[in-house]
Design a protein. Structure first.
Length: 366
């Protein structure tokens, strides 16, 4: 009985020693866990001059450069980058902490997606952060299986890591750009003039902000509009206007393109130039301010306001300075050509025939 007790005690002692050794070994292998992946990066954020996203082929897919006043996307002719997206990416990386050390064996890198980009069968990407003459490369692997964290590896270090950041840097240049252009409601548009390259013109107008529909000018004698709403889609085309590609502005000969001129009640004017190139239509924008236009509708609004002086309602003051907005828009958008959605291009280039009801002879043959 005594021998059996001694045996049990011996087994327990061995188990305790083994557990202690295991815990010590585990502690030594993860003593850096919980620390920052890049401890100095947060201090260097304002010194970063370039961020590159390296594709699976090992080449730079996206290059973001810091200029004197902005960040730009090199692959898109230097168009301004989405600074919020860039900032979030850098902060996520700077604040990333090591959750756990993973494999250091190259044969297992592919399981985590931390093989070198450019190596055979690579399907991952890398981030390169340039500060002065120093470049740090973080190989970005798969999102962790439980959805928390990302597998990464520092270039030149065999150790794979699980870090707290969720890193999914896009290798598509346009994803690093804000695709917004302007957002002007139809209620703010006083008139639109469209001139085709062949000289044909179309003009629609509102006489007052309260008008629900645009009036089509110079409807041909004997013809009628398809409906009283026929021109409204043209006036609404600047609402939520975005783009899906951008390039440096295409220079064209004057009069060789279709143009659309939008006049707003507050005096803002937007001229859109449509150019065909590379099997698609590109739109370039010029922004201006017409004091006479602003004064005309301001006077009308004032007269209307005086006529309802006893009413509790009043005309709200404009939230923004239209003239300053024009300066800002020209600085941001003036030197570029944009690929806007086709349904918007259709509105910017409509002709009179598009708004008219078919002739009786045409209707009878349909």
């Amino acid at each position: 009985m005594q021998a059996r007790q001694l045996l049990i005690l011996a087994v327990l002692a061995v188990a305790a020693i083994a557990a202690a050794l295991f815990l010590n070994a585990d502690r030594s292998s993860t003593e850096s866990d919980g620390g920052r992946l890049l401890p100095e990066l947060e201090k260097q954020l304002n010194s970063i001059s370039e961020l590159r996203v390296i594709g699976a082929d090992g080449n730079a897919a996206v290059t973001l450069n810091r200029t004197e006043n902005n960040w730009v996307v090199v692959e898109k002719d230097g168009y301004p980058a989405d600074r919020a997206k860039l900032r979030n990416t850098l902060l996520e990386l700077a604040k990333a902490t090591v959750i756990e050390q993973k494999t250091s064996k190259p044969d297992f890198y592919a399981r985590l997606g931390v093989e070198d980009p450019g190596s055979p069968d690579a399907a991952n990407k890398a981030l390169e952060i340039v500060t002065g003459t120093d470049t740090v490369r973080v190989i970005v692997g798969k999102i962790a299986f439980d959805g928390y964290g990302t597998y990464v590896r520092l270039d030149g270090d065999p150790q794979g890591l699980l870090v707290s950041a969720e890193l999914e840097p896009s290798t598509v240049p346009l994803d690093w750009i804000s695709g917004e252009l302007v957002d002007i409601a139809a209620a703010d548009v006083a008139a639109v003039s469209i001139k085709q390259a062949d000289g044909e013109q179309l003009r629609i107008e509102k006489s007052d902000r309260s008008d629900s529909n645009f009036t089509v000018q110079d409807v041909p004698e004997g013809r009628a509009l398809s409906s009283e709403f026929a021109a409204n889609s043209i006036g609404a085309a600047l609402g939520g206007l975005g783009f899906d590609d951008v390039r440096a502005r295409i220079v064209t000969a004057s009069g060789s393109v279709t143009t659309a001129r939008y006049e707003m009640f507050d005096g803002r004017v937007i001229e859109i130039e449509l150019t065909e190139d590379e099997d698609r239509t590109w739109a370039a924008f010029d922004f201006g301010f017409d004091p006479a236009l602003a004064a005309r509708f301001s006077t009308a609004a004032t007269s209307a306001d005086e006529s309802t002086a006893n009413s509790e309602e009043s005309v709200a003051a404009p939230e923004n300075d239209p003239e300053q907005e024009i300066v800002d828009l020209n600085a941001r958008l003036g030197g570029w050509s944009f690929a806007v959605p086709d349904y918007k291009i259709t509105q910017f280039s409509k002709q009179m025939d598009d708004l008219l009801a078919p002739l009786e002879s045409e209707a009878s043959t349909e």
